[in-house]
Design a protein around this ligand. Sequence first.
Ligand SMILES: C[S@@+](CC[C@H](N)C(=O)[O-])C[C@H]1O[C@@H](n2cnc3c(N)ncnc32)[C@H](O)[C@@H]1O
Length: 253
Amino acid sequence: MNDRALAEDLKYKAAFEELDESSNKACYMKPFEIKTDIQMRLEELLREIGLAGKARVVDLCGGSGHVAYHLQKEWKDICIDNIDLNKSALDACRQMNGVRVKCYERSCYDSGLQGGEYDMAICWLSFFHLSSPQGLINEMHRLLKPGGLGIISTYLNMDHDIDIRASLIEAAREGDKREYKRNIYSRLTFERFTQDKSGVPRFDIVMHKIKLSSRLNKTRGIGTYNRDAEGREIEPRSGGLLVPMYLIELRKI
Ligand SMILES: C[S@@+](CC[C@H](N)C(=O)[O-])C[C@H]1O[C@@H](n2cnc3c(N)ncnc32)[C@H](O)[C@@H]1O
C-alpha cells in the first residue's frame, strides 16, 4: 500500500526535478524571509502550548526547511529532522539552516527514524499532495511520544462530507505548466485517517481555520488566492473551489 503510494509520489517528485536547478532554487529559496499567516498562527499556537526548549521535531515533507527556518529563530534549542524525497529541496534546506536541521532523502511513509522519540511531527503544506494520507498519519503516530503533537496544515472541505480531488497548475513557478494534484478531504475522511483499524481514535484533534490577511502572505505554498463577491477566498486555479486552509493539532493519545 505504501509502496504504491510512494511510487505515485515519486512521479510528482520527478516532475519537480525536471525543472532546471536555478528554477528549483529560485522557487525554494526566494520566499524564505516571508512569514505566511499560517506560519504565524503556528508560532502563536506553539507559544500558547509552550513548546519545550529541547523538543525533538520531525518535519515530514519538510522540503527546503522553511518551517524549520522560522521555528529555529524562536526556539533555539529544538532539534529538527527533515524528511523529504526531493534532493534539491534538501540542499536548499542545508544551505539555509546549516547543520541545525538534519536532512534525510526518504519517504514520509517510512522515515526510518526511531519511533516514539519525537515531541512534535509536522506535515506542512504537503498533505494534500500525498498519495497515502493514511500512511503519513500512521508514520506521525509511530514517531511521536505519547502525548506528542502532530501538526498538519492542509485544505479541508468542512461544509460537506465530500472529498475533492483537484488538479491545478502550480502558480509558484513561472513558466511551469504542469498540473499537480491536490486532495481536499472532508472532516469525516480526515478523522478516519487518524483512527486505528477498528475506528478507535489515536489522536485528540483540534482544527484551526486560517484567516489570510495580506496579499503577500497568500502567495507562498497555498496557491494564489482571489476573493469572491462576498470577500471569501477562492483559488481560481482549482476551478473556483472554496478550499480554506486549516492548521490541525493532533495530540497522540
Ligand atoms: C509543497 S512542498 C512543501 C514543502 C515544505 N513543507 C514547505 O512548506 O516549504 C511538498 C513537499 O513534499 C515532498 N513529498 C511529496 N511526497 C513525499 C513523500 N512520499 N515522502 C517525502 N516527501 C514527499 C516533496 O518533495 C515536496 O518537497
